[in-house]
Ligand binder design. Structure first.
Ligand code: SAH
Length: 391
């Protein structure tokens, strides 16, 4: 880790400007000199005139060559890392108070770029998504043990972005007991999280507050598209006559069914289907709903797919608006960073006109507060959640 012998990487003027602009990433093209620097180490950033700019994690593979850790000169050592994790936890004690499953460390949002730590009750799931964080993984595990005495620590490093760092995809237990499933309550509803086999680290924690927000509008017949393990569906269920949850994943629906049983709800049914097809058929069969939730996977993973993503969002929202009863509520989400809130509002406005519906914007929301948005790193604001009412 960082210390007196911390190696130096020389950055260009444009690299320094990235730091001045408040971003944490410096691209490889803005590295002037890094010869002999070991992959994944903490480095000092200096410009050609030897001026100090901060300390960063160095990658010899990724286009993101440097991830800024601090602008301070103080060595970025284990104590520094432990402080950052503790600060992140202290913030969660405020904004995720009473939650059992939440994001303890959110990468850039907690000034720990490429480190994600999700907490599910007394189990912790870690993702180390750069060479630098991979090197710090043993220290992270020790710090978690010291600060939280967890029952289990797992890694879910089975993610494709690791390839950009030359890191293998891997998952498994790092410390403690081999706990694969955890039952934790969210917004008063019990969910079983499959930490080793589920999507992401087991759950979509970024939607916790939006699921709670959606509950305010729950009534009558509800439809939860892209339900995964029943997140929105089961949060709405106690306040609705009936709920349908739709997903293409049979595995996810099997867990959704178990979650339903855990809570003893009898008014929910699950459909294994493509949501585009399901919505089309529902319209043709004249089925109508009072609440529709759309929480699709990211349609635009790259900027180049923005156009086709917008077409996808338009089609989904158009179909959803068509099957809403008068006064019905649409909870519509996009987790594509490349689709701005303005873009989403625009396609929905266009969908509303096509569907001949008058729509009001009831709430404009984003990811839960345990996924902080760093003001000067736009990439950290990825989730948009709009709550709309069709008159
Ligand atoms: N709403 C969920 C999270 C949804 S994640 C929650 O609150 O927890 C996105 C889900 O969409 C995944 O479960 C994935 O299996 C599903 N999915 C992806 N494409 C789909 C499609 N075309 N039709 C239905 N489900 C789809």
């Amino acid at each position: 880790m960082g210390g007196v012998d911390t190696p130096a990487v020389v950055i260009t003027q444009r690299g320094a400007e990235r730091i001045l602009s408040g971003h944490l990433w410096i691209y490889r093209t803005d590295v002037a000199e890094a010869s002999g620097v070991e992959p994944g180490v903490v480095v000092r950033l200096v410009d050609r005139r030897k001026r100090f700019w901060g300390q960063a994690l160095y990658s010899d593979k990724s286009q993101i060559a440097l991830r800024l850790l601090t602008r301070e000169k103080r060595p970025f050592n284990r104590a520094f890392l432990a402080e950052r994790i503790q600060a992140a936890a202290a913030f969660r004690a405020q904004v995720a108070k009473g939650a059992y499953a939440y994001r303890l460390v959110a990468s850039e949002g907690d000034l720990l770029p490429s480190l994600i730590i999700d907490r599910y009750a007394d189990c912790f799931v870690v993702q180390t998504l750069s060479q630098g964080m991979e090197r710090l993984k043993p220290a992270v595990v020790e710090i978690l043990q010291e600060q939280f005495q967890p029952r289990s620590i797992l890694e879910r490093n089975d993610v494709a972005v690791r390839a950009l760092e030359g890191l293998p995809e891997q998952k498994g237990f790092l410390a403690g007991e081999a706990v694969q499933e955890v039952v934790a309550e969210e917004n008063g509803v019990k969910f079983c999280f499959d930490l080793l086999g589920g999507q992401k680290t087991g759950g979509f924690l970024d939607q916790r507050e939006n699921r709670a927000a959606a509950r305010l509008y729950a009534r009558g017949r509800a439809l939860d598209c892209f339900t995964y393990t029943g997140g929105f569906a089961l949060t709405l269920a106690p306040h609705c006559e009936s709920v349908v949850g739709v997903d293409t994943s049979a595995e996810a629906l099997a867990l959704a069914r178990r979650n339903q049983e855990l809570n003893g709800f009898t008014n929910v049914e699950w459909k294994e289907a493509n949501c585009f097809d399901y919505l089309k058929a529902a319209d043709q069969e004249k089925r109508r709903f009072d609440v529709v939730v759309l929480d699709p996977p990211a349609f635009a993973r790259q900027k180049s797919s923005l156009e086709s993503a917008l077409r996808g969002y338009k089609e989904l929202n158009l179909r959803a608006l068509k099957i809403l009863n008068a006064g019905g509520v649409l909870v519509t989400c996009s987790c594509s960073f490349h689709v701005s809130e303005a873009d989403l509002l625009e396609v929905i406005a266009s969908a509303a006109l096509d569907a001949r519906r008058t729509v009001t914007v009831v709430e404009r929301r984003t990811q839960s507060r345990d996924h902080p948005i760093l003001l000067t790193v736009p990439e950290t604001h990825y989730l948009k959640c709009l709550i709309l009412r069709a008159l």
